[in-house]
Ligand binder design. Sequence first.
Ligand SMILES: C[S@@+](CC[C@H](N)C(=O)[O-])C[C@H]1O[C@@H](n2cnc3c(N)ncnc32)[C@H](O)[C@@H]1O
Length: 238
Amino acid sequence: MSDETEHPSEGSPRPWRNFYGRRSGKTMRASQKTYLNEDLDRLRPRGITHEENPTREPLDLAAFFGNDNPVWLEVGFGGGEHLVHMAARYRDVNIIGAEPFINGVAMLLGKIRQAGVTNLAVHPGDARDLMDVLPEGSVARAFLNYPDPWPKARHHRRRFVTPEHLLPLHRVLAPNAMFRVATDIPDYMRQTLEEVPAAGFELIAHSGTPWEDWISTRYEQKALREGRVPDYATFRRA
Ligand SMILES: C[S@@+](CC[C@H](N)C(=O)[O-])C[C@H]1O[C@@H](n2cnc3c(N)ncnc32)[C@H](O)[C@@H]1O
């Protein structure tokens, strides 16, 4: 079966999406359970899941955030360090992050409490469901930091840098919006440099030097400890 087909038994336009990553991990600390119970509800826009929005009506982001500030998107924020760092640094921007790994979401919520940032929204799920309902051209910048590498050749089509993900991303990004990709896997960057331009983006920069406003993420720290080399690319949505 392809990674995205109509669900055979439902007869509805809901796509059947395989998700191969982890949704939960080790037991959570009591404090993290508290964050999930007390904070997630407020930070989670309604109408992203198929259950809440079967007809896939577009989200009203200005209503959710209570302002018209630009919206940025982070896909797979992991423990949330980059998401919170950017929200704290750019207070006049709203950032929405998608992450299906609930332990990561709990870590993010702890960091949000610590930093006291309010210009954030969280989708505790698949970025594809979020992109479905983001209005066309509504996102001013997107980040993909250390995406799952899927090293085996037969799994490369699971990577985020494939048309299944890049075409919806292109749709939700505004013209000239920036899209940043960081990875420590040379073959992932190879595929990125092939597939992202093919999806309608122009390569602006590619180097081993991070962006001026970068914060090293958990996965980058792990890569560095294990002797791998970070690589950064910036694209402009044409
Ligand atoms: C290797 S981790 C990197 C986490 C973080 N960005 C960092 O740099 O530390 C990749 C993350 O992408 C998330 N992910 C995988 N597929 C995703 C999807 N379809 N939508 C959103 N996040 C996804 C995984 O759950 C995982 O947390």
